[in-house]
Structure formats: C-alpha cells, structure tokens
Design a binder for this molecule. Sequence first.
Ligand code: NCD
Ligand code: ZN
Length: 340
Amino acid sequence: MRLSLIRPSDMHVHFRDGAMLRDVVPQTAAQFRRAVVMPNVPPIETADDARAYERKIREAAGDAAFRPLMTLKLTHRTTPAMIRDARDVAVAAKLYPAGVTTASHDGIGDPDDPGLLAVFEEMQRVGMILCIHGEAPDAFVLDREATYLDVVRRIVGRFPGLKVVMEHITTAASARYVEEEAPARIAATITVHHLVHTLDDVIGKGGIRPHHFCYPVPKRPEDLRALRRAAFHSTSGRIFFGSDTAPHPKGAKESACGCAGVYSAPVALPTLVELFLESGREDAIRRLEAFASTNGPRFYGLPVDESDTISLEDGPWTVPAEMGGVVPFRAGETIPWRVA
Ligand code: NCD
Ligand code: ZN
C-alpha cells in the first residue's frame, strides 16, 4: 500500500554544525518542505550568525526546494536592534530558561528583565514569533513545564500582539492551556517521541534507555493520552509537529552523565503514519496532514503548496542501529512504513 500527503514541515529541529550537520540535514531535507532550525548549537544570536548558518544548511541539504527557517537565541545580550536587524532572516526567536537544556547556560535567567521585555516588544512590532522552551530549571523535573506555564501566561498577557509557540509540550496541562485557555496567537509543537513514550520508556522498564532521554522528559500515561488526543483530534490549527530531532554522538548519550535529545528525523514521518493510522480515525491521513503539513506553516504565515506531496509505502523497514555515529529513534526496530 502507498499513501500520499502534502509534504510536511518540521517546526523544531537541531542541525548542529560541522560533520554532524552534513550528516543530519539531508535526512530532514529529503522528507520535509521546511524546518524551523533551533539556535542553541551552534549559538545563533545575530542576523549575521543566522545568515551564515542558513548558508551551511542549504549547502548540506543540496535541495533547493528545502527551506530552513532560521531562529535567534535570546540571551540577556539580545537587544531590540538585533531583532530589527534579523527580521528578514529569522522567523522566530527562542527563549531558553538558563540552564534548562543543551547549551542554554546563557539563556534567560529573569523572564521579567526590562531589557528582555523591550526585546519582546520589538518582536511583537516586527511580527517575529517567540518560541519558548517552557521549563522552570529550578523546579523538580516532572513539575518544570507546569511551573513555567505561569511565565508563559505572563508573557502572553503582557504582549497582546505577540505570537508564541510553546515548544515540545509534554503535559495534559499544556495541551489544555493551548486548546482551551490561550488566545489564537498561541500554538504548541508536539514531538513524535512524546506521542510514544512516558517516563517508563526512559527509566521504568528494566533499565535506563539513554537514547530515549530528552528534555522535557516524557511524563505520565495521562499526559501521553492528552498529547495524542491533541495531535490526532485537535481542530484548532494550533497544534503541530516539531520533531525536536536532537542528535548527540552515541558516546555522549551512553555516558555517566548522558546528553538530552532524541535523534528522530530518519523515522519521524513513518512513525507518525503508524501512530495516526492506529488512532482508528477514518480520516487519519488528513489529520496527519493538518498536524504535520499545514497547521505549522499556516501559523507561521507561510504558504502551503498542496501539489507538493510525499509518498510512504508499507513494507517492513529495519531502522539502522547507528547513522553517522548517532543512534536514531527506534534503532534496530523493524517498522511498518517507510518513505517511498
Ligand atoms: C535539545 C538539544 O540537544 O539541543 N535536547 C533535548 O533534549 N530536546 C535541546 C532542547 O530542545 O531542549
Ligand atoms: Zn529542541
């Protein structure tokens, strides 16, 4: 069997730099129309950084149709002028609370800092989206996302024209906030691994699974159910796919202090097809199209070309144990769908 859908866009990726960038970019470029490129590794703080990084990604992609969408990393060094300068090259700027994840040591310490508020003001003025890694670094790990929701609410309340994407949500509370409480200019991404895992799949099933470890950590079964409900059934247009594909070398994950991040790009789309078909909906593939192909670009104000499609075919595919020194999501598993 073969099925076809509007070519998806991945609204949250980590491409890294150097040899790893050259290995991972083609995986995303081969499947996705666009990708929103996170600015943590290497750090992208200025318009010039973003332009140089975009050039490298385009070279590595080798496919002129693939469009990297660049973002800036917010620090306490960011100024309104830096936002203004970057308005033509960066679609968004990313708030990492300081110390919360990979390469965020110089992220935002004080979300109420007047300098930062001036930056948000300028983002609102020029129409730059704010992407938020919504975890409070000092809270207990399972409460981090719920705790930071208060900061998100405060930012949303202060800047009535600012568009906000809550990245990689992992809790029922976040899904409820976006769907039932927040204004229409607030959206959320959901990863594929957070549609599969609970914390049990990281530490609760006979051992520690370092390749399932990421921030925010997957939560409870009821959270997983709420995320699936949002991904499969939401009609708000404000829930969309961002893989958070985050490669780290095998040795850096299989370590006494292992890095956070799941490298999902090679299997994200086949896994989404599998999950949506399992949802039992007759219109599963059209729902997947909304989640992965149209909601994200539309929220970002980008056109959707319905004639640009991708095909998947059934027939077992065994995911490689390792790709360029990185262990992908579902490594070694034989899975039912593959990109044709
Ligand atoms: C990401 C990374 O490695 O860059 N890691 C992760 O666990 N998701 C950063 C991030 O998005 O938190
Ligand atoms: Zn990320």
